[in-house]
Design a protein. Structure first.
Length: 71
């Protein structure tokens, strides 16, 4: 959400990354990923929520799920 806001204000991807590091520390997403999000917004995407994809849905691998298949 912060990336979308800063991008809408005209801030570059590199500068957005620098600001994220300044506030949240070095563990933030990579500069390349921030720039990728900026490109995605430039291409017209409005939301940051995950969009549905084609193909088989994935299930979580949990002990309970593994146990069902192993018995």
């Amino acid at each position: 959400m912060v990336i979308r806001y800063e991008w809408a204000r005209g801030v570059s991807g590199t500068e957005i990354h620098n600001r994220l590091v300044e506030v949240y520390g070095p563990g933030v997403m990579s500069k390349q990923m921030v720039r990728r999000w900026c490109r995605t917004f430039s291409d017209g995407r409005q939301q940051v929520e995950d969009i549905p994809r084609a193909g088989r849905t994935r299930i979580a691998t949990t002990d309970a799920n593994v146990g069902r298949w192993m018995t």
